[in-house]
Design a protein around this ligand. Structure first.
Ligand code: ZN
Length: 242
């Protein structure tokens, strides 16, 4: 089975459309979303409308999703994120609010190659940033997963627990990561709508569960169109029908 795993769409419709076209082209059997559907970008309703029917419940909440529906305090968000969340709170249609409110904090895939899916980290699914081997190691210790996919930092990365140690490995565009059954993996799939690793292309991953291979996909999208919409809206609060 080929499973597309994506995260941090952040209301960027142009990036999401390009990623979904690529998922269709690769004939993936299912899609899993690791949260942060909204926040920052100009099309929160459209992104949830387009993506949620394709997930069939294979989805989890991110910190921006919770903030957008009042489940998380935004005091510690950066000023840009705060402004975007206040705009998003005004813009969300009721059905989208309900969808985001009901998202679980984790989701598990069963089968021959089971995995855990969370937004931030296995021990703190909404808010923890896994940016170093120490934090990754603490998560390996706390939960018994063999394979877990995360997002949240917007930076693709692989953390591997070998027999001796926990080590970081880079995860580059079009790289195929072969999963060793003797090791454990924490894999960050990067961000669809707002990459922060210096590469502006949308990022997502495809897991081939029979071959036990994960590929990182990077895709160009018309980013100037998204930027133009953000300039026009200027993140001023608007009515739900705007
Ligand atoms: Zn995010």
């Amino acid at each position: 089975m080929r499973i597309a795993i994506l995260s941090d769409v952040h209301a960027n419709l142009e990036a999401l459309e390009v990623v979904l076209a690529d998922i269709r082209r690769r004939e993936c059997d299912r899609i899993v979303c690791l949260g942060d559907f909204v926040g920052y970008g100009p099309n929160p309703n459209e992104c949830v409308d387009l993506l949620s029917p394709l997930l069939a419940g294979r989805n989890v909440a991110g910190n921006h999703d919770w903030a957008a529906v009042g489940k998380l305090d935004i005091t510690f968000f950066n000023p840009y994120a705060q402004e975007a969340i206040l705009w998003t709170q005004q813009a969300l249609r009721v059905a989208v609010q309900q969808y985001l409110t009901a998202l679980p904090t984790e989701w598990s895939q069963d089968g021959p190659l089971p995995f855990l899916a969370v937004h931030a980290s296995p021990r703190n699914p909404i808010e923890e940033y896994v940016l170093d081997a120490y934090t990754a190691g603490a998560n390996f210790l706390l939960r018994p997963f063999a394979l877990c996919f995360i997002g949240h930092t917007h930076m693709p990365a692989v953390w591997v627990q070998t027999r001796e140690t926990v080590e970081a490995r880079a995860f580059l565009a079009d790289e195929e990561l072969r999963l060793d059954p003797a090791f454990r993996y924490l894999i960050n799939v990067g961000s669809v709508g707002q990459p922060r690793d210096g590469d502006p292309r949308a990022s997502y991953a495809v897991l081939d569960s029979e071959a036990a291979v994960v590929r990182l996909v990077r895709l160009e999208y018309p980013l100037e169109r998204t930027q133009e919409k953000m300039r026009v809206r200027d993140f001023r609060p608007c009515s739900p029908n705007d």
